[in-house]
Design a protein around this ligand. Structure first.
Ligand code: GDP
Ligand code: MG
Length: 177
């Protein structure tokens, strides 16, 4: 049986957290905005490639998603507790969500000092490659916080880099128990 690890999707309201999970778990996307209150848990088995020290193996990601989050409600620490990793998401069309990435990183690291983070600059399908390159350079937070391992431009709509971020996070979590 595969071991299970909790990860959280973190980020401002409407940046695409739920959509990234749906793309990864069900390979689906919807333009409709569905907001219900509570926390939703999804599970997915991920194959982690063999490394120099480890044989290939599986990990079951328990993916936590806050639903019905609003601009005014802060993320509850209990949501983040026990998470081995986080995908912290911003919307490339909304500057405020990009600026807030740092706050989300700080909060997650405060609660999980050994947690692993990947940054997703989501909705990459809506902007030019030139702007994306600029944003990727500006918000590559791995330069500022050792718990952040990488930053990607993603799109839940096209699927761009979606499998990559979940798989890289799973691999890093297994390598650093
Ligand atoms: P959440 O509040 O962070 O969970 O955001 P949602 O996943 O509910 O997405 C909010 C809105 O953005 C919805 O209308 C989605 O269809 C849309 N959306 C999410 N990801 C993308 C994306 O990668 N590209 C585009 N064009 N729209 C997206
Ligand atoms: Mg959501």
């Amino acid at each position: 049986m595969a071991i299970s690890k909790k990860i959280c999707l973190v980020g401002d309201f409407s940046v695409g957290k739920t959509s990234l999970i749906r793309r990864f778990v069900d390979d689906q996307f919807s333009d409709e905005y569905l907001s219900t209150v509570g926390v939703k848990l999804s599970r997915k088995l991920v194959e982690v490639d063999a490394t120099a020290d480890n044989a290939a193996r599986q990990v079951e990601l328990l993916i936590w998603d806050i639903e019905g989050q609003t601009q005014f409600k802060a993320i509850a620490p209990s949501y983040l507790q026990g998470a081995k990793g986080a995908i912290i998401v911003a919307d490339v069309k909304r500057d405020d969500t990009l600026v807030h990435l740092q706050n989300h990183v700080d909060l997650f690291v405060k609660i999980n000092p050994k947690g692993t983070i990947i940054i997703a600059l989501n909705k990459a399908d809506l902007v030019t490659p030139t702007l994306l390159a600029t944003l990727l350079d500006k918000y590559a937070l791995q330069r500022h916080n050792p718990r952040v391992i990488d930053t990607y431009a993603t799109s839940a709509k096209t699927g761009q880099a979606v499998n990559v971020i979940f798989k890289q996070l799973a691999t890093a979590i297994l390598a650093d128990p």
